[in-house]
Write a protein that binds this ligand. Structure first.
Ligand code: HSE
Length: 412
């Protein structure tokens, strides 16, 4: 059986090298006589690369070659990945992708097309890098009614926050290191502004709750505004700051989905997830809480998930794996302003006594936080649970302090 890879970047080259390194047992597990890489599609050339000879720039070669039964898409982005994947599925080829943006935006449609053409569209690598999560949710936890998922879904931001927390590195230094290590997306804004985590939680929410969640319906905040002072206040509160993506089923049939930095208590399973590691907590009615943990980014961990999907496709040429969800109606994702949570707030003021009095009267009693060497006029505190809408209304009317930072507090 022949395979093609579209996109010879970090993940694509990892897939090629893993297919070569563990060739014998991969072939054995695929239950085929052979699993051979026939083409690699990329606009660039790779002089001196072991696969130099099979690099092509013309997609139609893959599409028109009936020997190619499985196509790996590791190009990233929606276009032209979507057009290529769609064409491959329609041509009767199974497709494996690591492209979370593609699945988050077009997954519902591509799954339907795969179904119509009796081929597989698999995307284990699109969430959590090497961590098995798509299959465990759709197969091992299939008997559960899952009502909540929350996790650290972006390795780059977790790496950056860890470096800020443990080594006092600046945001820029830590980002540079993440890019050097090959964790960050081509455009690091996808990581640091939360879009990558947003795409991943959309995929998980669709899988768990059965309807497509479009990334543009999800309130998303990144970590750019997190300062070392916030990290210190989190420490004095008894926790750490993590970029948390979460999705919850509401009683009225809608879902609440959000990505934002959050205070996480030290005893939470998510607090000790450091560096590039990801962790995903799934809450099911029969299983209770289950946490999946592992390397969420990087060349070989992601290639591990892609190649496992290739093996699964090869094993299921005549049988379709069922991964599916329906499209959703407008308003399916509830407005984030309806969410109720506690908040951490940092502010600066000319008159601390009067500002604290204002905060107490606005929020009921607040819990003041301290840190060493805090500049004069800096106030930090946590609130009781309050709706996002009410919080922003109250802060809008504030006169005697300037709000520097607002971070949600989780109860995971
Ligand atoms: N840039 C992503 C991350 C890669 O840091 O998690 C894996 O999706």
């Amino acid at each position: 059986m022949f395979v093609a890879i579209m996109g010879y970047g970090v993940v694509g080259s990892g897939v090629a090298s893993l297919l070569k390194k563990n060739h014998e047992h991969i072939v054995q597990k695929s239950m085929q006589n052979e699993l051979e890489l026939k083409y690699i599609l990329d606009r660039r050339t790779f002089p001196g690369d072991p696969y130099e000879q099979i690099v092509i720039s013309d997609f139609s070669k893959i599409l028109e070659d009936d020997e190619i039964k499985i196509v790996v898409e590791t190009m990233g982005g929606v276009h032209p990945a979507y057009e290529y994947v769609l064409a491959c599925l329609k041509a009767g080829k199974s497709v494996v992708t690591s492209n979370k943006e593609l699945v988050a935006v077009k997954g519902c449609e591509l799954l339907e097309v795969a179904d119509e053409h009796n081929v597989n569209f698999l995307f284990e690598a699109s969430v959590g890098g090497g961590i098995p999560i798509i299959r465990p949710i759709s197969q091992c936890l299939a008997a559960n009614d899952i009502d909540e998922i929350a996790g650290i879904l972006n390795g780059t931001t977790n790496f950056i926050l860890t470096k800020m927390i443990t080594e006092g590195m600046t945001f820029d230094e830590a980002l540079l290191l993440a890019q050097k290590n090959g964790y960050a997306e081509r455009d690091p804004s996808a990581d640091v502004d939360g879009f990558d985590a947003c795409r991943k939680i959309c995929i998980l929410a669709a899988l768990c709750f059965g309807k497509h969640v479009y990334p543009d319906s999800v309130h998303t905040e990144g970590i750019r505004k997190i300062k070392l002072s916030d990290v210190e206040y989190a420490h004095s509160w008894g926790g750490v700051i993590k970029l948390i993506a979460r999705a919850k089923k509401l009683e009225d049939g809608r879902v609440s989905v959000m990505v934002s930095p959050a205070f996480v208590q030290n005893h939470s399973q998510l607090a000790s997830v450091d560096d590039v590691f990801n962790a995903i907590l799934v809450r099911g009615d029969a299983i209770g809480d289950v946490v999946f943990y592992g390397r969420g980014a990087g060349k070989m961990p992601t290639a591990s998930a892609v190649v496992a999907d290739v093996i699964d496709c090869a094993k299921h040429m005549e049988r379709k794996k069922f991964f599916g969800w329906k499209d959703s109606e407008p308003g399916y994702v509830a407005d984030y302003l309806e969410n109720v949570t506690s908040f951490y707030i940092r502010a600066t003021t000319e008159n601390a006594a009067s500002a604290v009095a204002s905060f107490n009267s606005l929020f009921g009693k607040v819990e003041l936080l301290t840190r060493e060497n805090a500049p004069e006029g800096e106030i930090a505190f946590t609130t009781e649970p309050i709706s996002e809408k009410e919080l922003s209304e109250k802060l809008a009317g504030l006169k005697d302090a300037k709000i520097e930072s607002v971070i949600r507090i989780t109860d995971y």
